[in-house]
Design a protein. Sequence first.
Lengths: 332, 285
Amino acid sequence: MAPAIQAENLVKTFGDVRALDGVSLDVPEGTVLGLLGPNGAGKTTMVRVLTTLLRPDSGRATVAGVDVLKHPNRVRSLIGLSGQYAAVDEYLTGRENLQMVGELYQMTGRAAKARADELLEWFNLDEAADRTAKTYSGGMRRRLDLAAALVVRPPVMFLDEPTTGLDPRNRLALWEVIETLVEQGTTLLLTTQYLEEADRLAHDIAVVDHGRVIARGTADQLKAQIGGERVELVVHDRALIETAVEALKSFAVGDPSVERNTRKITIPVSGGARVLADVIRELDSRRITIDDIGLRRPTLDDVFLSLTGHVTSGEAEENERAGGGEDAEAKR
Amino acid sequence: MTTATEHAIGGAVPRQRRGLAAMAHDSWVVARRNLRRMTRIPEIVVFGLMQPVMFVLLFSYVMGGAITIPMAGASSNIYTQFLMAGIFAQTVTFAVAGASAGIAEDMTKGLVDRFRSLPMTRSAVLVGRTLADLVQTAFTLLVLALVALAVGWRIHNGVLRMLAAFALLLLLGYAFSWIGALIGLSVRSPEAATSAGLIWLFPLTFISNAFVPISSMPGWLQPVAYWNPFSATVQACRNLFGNQIGPVDKAWPMQHAYGVSIVSSLIVLALFSWLSVRKYRSAAG
């Protein structure tokens, strides 16, 4: 099946900053690709190029089989875009906002009105439908913005950090909507700084940093890339640490590590939960008391750290300040 | 949220409207949006009115006695007759500020991105905005005319000529709102857009025949004021209202005020709409 989104070697520079440094991507129809990376990594620039808002310096891209550079207006009738900041007119009511978007998608007035009603109900905005968007909470505005992107039931959607700044309840609600869309066959490109979000929503993840895709795969594949699982346990009696390490040697697939002051032992293992049970049995038979034990798989956080050499969240804030110029540039 | 069972995947139906019809439709949708906004933020309309109304009152009552009009002496009522064409013309040029601030705001709030991602005519965002500003300008002119009548302004050449004068004024205002559109697309914040939209209007409208006779200015400044295309519109309106006191100045642009007014407005309109649409497109890729 032809990919719903395909990008080849996209380059975009703003002054000295290479916002996109040769990015190639493809998103098969009906799947979700998560673009994961800190602020300033080039995620938004990527979305802007694919949604015809920005012309790349070089490279090519197609969306739903249509060339983005040659036929931007045809692409526009096939996509929905919801951005970081809710792009709704705050002095129009929710209903008027959706109707306007429908009419600009060239729907008839009546069709636009009917579709607006449908979406308002779906997004639980029907009671607020005739209030101006200025009176909406942040979560409601974001919902309205997402609804605006869905007016024509586009086959391909771009969501640029759809849940940034939302509280957990609203984030969860938005995730559910997105999952519904995907179930119904929408192809989705989603950018996010949240590993949890990529893990939950995306079939495939592309990790982006400094305008390049530095890793690509499913969440599990990415996690496997940086190594397998390990058993972490805390021994109750400090004097028994050596005995415990000795006892666990047969389970380890690598060198165990010991933190004496926390009495924590970490051993790389393979075999999952079964190994965990064996470890507990072994320790029990030697009468070694443990305070805590668990099987730990690498998280996307670990993946990110090992790929980029920095953690996401702290870095993201730093980049926000450093890369603010680039973002402002990208918006023009 | 409730589940949407009927959310079938579609994509927009191919547009039936083409060319001008599409542009007219999209511009109307955007213009209606901007007009709705004006009714929801009446402060903008009210403050847009206050400035020219204040000018009418201040100039007729405070300055009127001090400014002498040749052939007419220093009667403040005579000055009001002279003044009104100038105030009307200055007022319509202030449409620049509305357009520039409005478009800059849409840019910063992400709405322009929304519009650009839709399969709509590229120029409609700007045409819709400037048309809405035109409606606001017309409303402002109407209120201003009523205030002027209340302080003693009179027309002497009939209603048709008065309407012709208003048409010239609206053409000037529409042309100028495209200058505002370009400013709004070029600056980075609505605040900057407001000042960038207004600051150059003061020399433009004051170095003209709007508030004082050009013959009272220093000799080196007079040609600038005569050839200021803004002066031509003021002169044309003064003629049409029947507010001209004494003979029209001998300078060529004053003798051909109608032509100069229309042609210069059309040049500004053509040049700045072309530049603005180009800027909007180029940013859009």
